[in-house]
Design a protein around this ligand. Structure first.
Ligand code: SF4
Length: 437
């Protein structure tokens, strides 16, 4: 194939991209028609295979790990072209409220600033009244997603958690989560999307009835990260085998599912490729991976990894581009815009097609130091690069329009009136004309 014929759109964006840090200049430097000439012969073949949608072999996928920083702009451009082929120039986001049902957790991850011990947590759990108040406030601001994020099975470690649950009529945190999701579903127009950690088949089946989609970051498939001294040494739920099993269960139960990689926690590029291949394999088997997130580690004060260097922008862009090339043109690929200061528009040049959840109301409790951009700013930054920003529901359009056996009838009945004919959030960007923090 003639790779030079594929560069048209990119050149239109370059004057705007050039404004973003030194990387903007690198992404737009050189003559467009020379873009792929800089790649080694083997990488040129890999890029050709990706752009012809042949699906990269494992060997070709691992070759991407050898790309130099000089070759990175070309990989990004190929990934961007592939995104255009599969998803067009629409970039989506999910207007949400973040509901931290409990920050208690039985695990200890080396980078986590979300978890609290009972002595630190006030309250131990949000009450149902508090959950409903946040959801209703989000509804007034045009949100459609109630994102439930919580620690993993805290009642297994803390008697205080067990006691709180029993006093409120629940045996487990997951039972309480189900009740909270049900309440939001019954009392508001918001649609729940829960990230409760690893789950058994019975637990996941029970949550499927009250969640339009669910999520669990694979983070990385390498068991090495759970070795002594690794970030997951004291986090049994982060064993790749149990996380892989949970994602597989979601496929068997036909739950639209969000997963992804956390990068910069001690893994190698090859381990990221292996993780992407594992996600690709699960999606090929079940078709349920609605979205893949590439999230960069941010060092937090008062955590064991507070002094660990954060991944560079180059590594983040490489991972986004590799994900697009390995996962293909159709996958929904997301990188959070609040974790790279002002450089997030560069992600568009590496192949993403989604900004993830953006809240006009609540903070990012996992990264409280990193505010989300305002929706109006996000729209501006997205449109100046030649894209259209669209609000979506927490379940992606294809699982509403094309895939009829994912959502239970009760949820489909709730989702359909909220979606436009293309499966995006009805009302478009006009819903946020007055949204502010
Ligand atoms: S990252 Fe998740 S599992 Fe790990 S300690 Fe924090 S809340 Fe618990």
């Amino acid at each position: 194939m003639n790779l030079k014929s594929k560069v048209g759109k990119f050149s239109r964006d370059k004057s705007v991209l050039a404004g973003y840090s030194r990387w903007g200049k690198v992404l737009t430097g050189g003559r467009d028609t020379d873009r792929f000439a800089i790649l080694s012969d083997r990488l040129q073949q890999t890029v050709s295979a990706a752009l012809e949608c042949r699906g990269l072999s494992e060997e070709q996928s691992y070759l991407l790990a050898e790309a130099t920083y000089a070759e990175l702009p070309s990989l990004c451009q190929a990934a961007s072209i592939l995104r255009d082929q599969g998803r067009g120039r629409v970039i989506s986001f999910s207007p949400k409220v973040f509901i931290p049902l409990t920050q208690l957790c039985r695990d200890f991850c080396g980078y986590c600033a979300f978890r609290r011990s009972p002595a630190q947590a006030e309250p131990l759990y949000l009450s149902l009244e508090e959950v409903l108040a946040v959801a209703r406030a989000g509804q007034r601001l045009g949100c459609s997603e109630a994102l439930f994020t919580l620690g993993e099975r805290p009642e297994l470690r803390y008697p205080e958690a067990k006691k709180w649950l029993q006093q409120h009529g629940y045996q487990t945190t997951l039972e309480y989560l189900r009740a909270a999701c049900e309440l939001v579903l019954n009392e508001t127009t918001l649609l729940p999307h829960a990230n409760p950690g690893t789950l058994s088949r019975r637990e996941m089946s029970s949550l499927k009835d009250v969640n339009v989609s669910m999520g669990l970051m694979l983070e990385n498939i390498s068991p090495r990260l759970a070795a002594p001294g690794g970030p997951h040494q004291h986090a049994p739920s982060k064993r790749p085998r149990v996380r892989h099993l949970t994602i597989e269960l979601a496929g068997e139960l036909r739950i639209p599912f969000t997963t992804g990689l956390l990068i910069g926690i001690g893994e190698t590029r090859a381990e990221r490729v292996k993780s992407l291949l594992a996600i690709r394999e699960l999606h090929r088997r079940y078709g349920h991976i609605q979205e893949v997130i590439i999230q960069n580690f941010r060092a937090k004060p008062d955590t064991p990894m507070s002094a660990v260097p954060e991944p560079t922008l180059e590594e983040l862009l490489w991972t986004i581009a590799a994900a697009r090339l390995i996962l293909g043109p159709e996958v929904n690929l997301q990188a959070p815009p609040n974790l790279s200061a002002g450089d997030y528009p560069l992600y568009l040049g590496a192949g993403i097609n989604d900004w993830g959840g953006i809240s006009p109301l609540t903070i990012d409790y996992v990264n409280p130091e990193a505010p989300w951009p305002q929706i109006t700013e996000l729209r501006c930054r997205t449109e100046e690069l030649g894209f259209t920003l669209k609000a979506r529901l927490p379940v992606y359009p294809e699982y509403i329009i094309e895939e009829r056996d994912y959502l239970p009838a009760r949820l489909l009945k709730r989702v359909r009136p909220l979606a436009d004919s293309a499966g995006y959030l009805k009302g478009g960007m006009e819903r946020y004309a007055s949204a502010s923090r």
